[in-house]
Design a protein around this ligand. Structure first.
Ligand code: SAM
Length: 273
């Protein structure tokens, strides 16, 4: 692994390679820049930007709201309200977060629930709050696998065959930033496990991942509100995936069902729902 001065030199070389358009060579260097137990957020961000060119997650979510014009929207994990505020005034929206720090005011079409997603779903009221099944949902709450799985299970009960679930942070940069225990500022947690999990346990779902900066977006459609498979097998599924570690050499395209991060491919998927 690189020492501090080696790390600096490698980083400068990687940036030079990016400037001269040698992206693949830069991407081969980035993993060597961060020392094994070091935390260089600037390097992780530059690495992610190089690995995931094209529109970022906010641009894609903005596009989805304009293109789909969803009648209803639910967001798990609101924080400052950046993504919740992307909804149009025509969309009935519910945001859920135990500790929201929304800047400014939310419009009347948006209701904010200050509670954990587990507590929120206990009431079973999502569909009645929205006046029917949700059209679009965004999962971006607690970044651990079993919570994301529970959020998906709870949401699917309020889905129609035309609903779309989007999950943030599904595409790992490397093993360390994608582990359950956080040791780096740039961190996506083990949310990524939801992709192989759903692909294996629910092969009938239509799942793709957009390699969008900074940590990917997974899109899931073909939902079935009657499906019991995940809930009935929840303990066994969690046990199976919990100890999984991300393999830096995995074929990402196959494992995460990647599509190109460009508007024609994204539109094609949205039109297929
Ligand atoms: C990454 S932030 C969300 C960012 C926001 N979606 C955006 O892009 O603008 C994650 C949020 O999830 C919230 N959170 C943590 N645990 C949660 C839970 N169990 N249920 C719902 N939200 C949770 C945190 O309070 C935090 O505000």
């Amino acid at each position: 692994m690189a020492g501090v001065s080696d790390s600096h030199t490698l980083y400068q070389t990687a940036l030079e390679l990016l400037k001269t358009g040698e992206r693949e060579s830069a991407l081969a260097l980035f993993p060597r820049v961060v020392p094994e137990d070091g935390d260089l957020v600037e390097v992780h961000l530059a690495w992610a930007e190089a690995a995931m060119p094209g529109p970022d997650y906010l641009e894609i979510l903005t596009f989805m709201h304009k293109f789909l014009q969803p009648q209803s929207y639910v967001e798990i994990g609101v924080e400052f309200g950046t993504t919740l505020k992307l909804v149009s005034s025509q969309t009935k929206a519910v945001g859920i977060d135990p500790n929201p720090q929304v800047k400014g005011t939310l419009t009347d079409n948006i209701s904010l629930y200050r509670q954990t997603s587990d507590d929120f779903f206990k009431s079973g009221e999502l569909s009645s709050l929205l006046g029917g099944p949700f059209a679009l949902a965004f999962i971006d709450g607690l970044h651990i696998f079993e919570q994301v799985l529970r959020d998906f299970i709870n949401l699917e009960k309020h889905a129609s065959a035309k609903s779309l679930v989007v999950i943030h942070d599904c595409l790992p940069l490397d093993r360390r930033t994608a582990s359950r225990t956080r040791t780096t500022q740039f961190w996506s947690g083990d949310v990524w496990k939801i992709v192989p999990c759903l692909k294996n346990e629910r092969p009938e779902l239509n799942i793709i991942t957009i390699p969008a900066y900074p940590t990917g977006l997974c899109l899931i459609s073909g939902l079935d509100s009657e499906s019991q498979i995940l809930e009935e097998n929840y303990p066994a599924i969690v046990e199976q995936y919990l100890t999984l570690e991300y393999d830096n050499t995995v074929d990402k395209a196959a494992c995460f069902s990647l599509i190109a991060n460009d508007w024609p491919c994204i539109k094609d998927y949205l039109l297929s729902i």
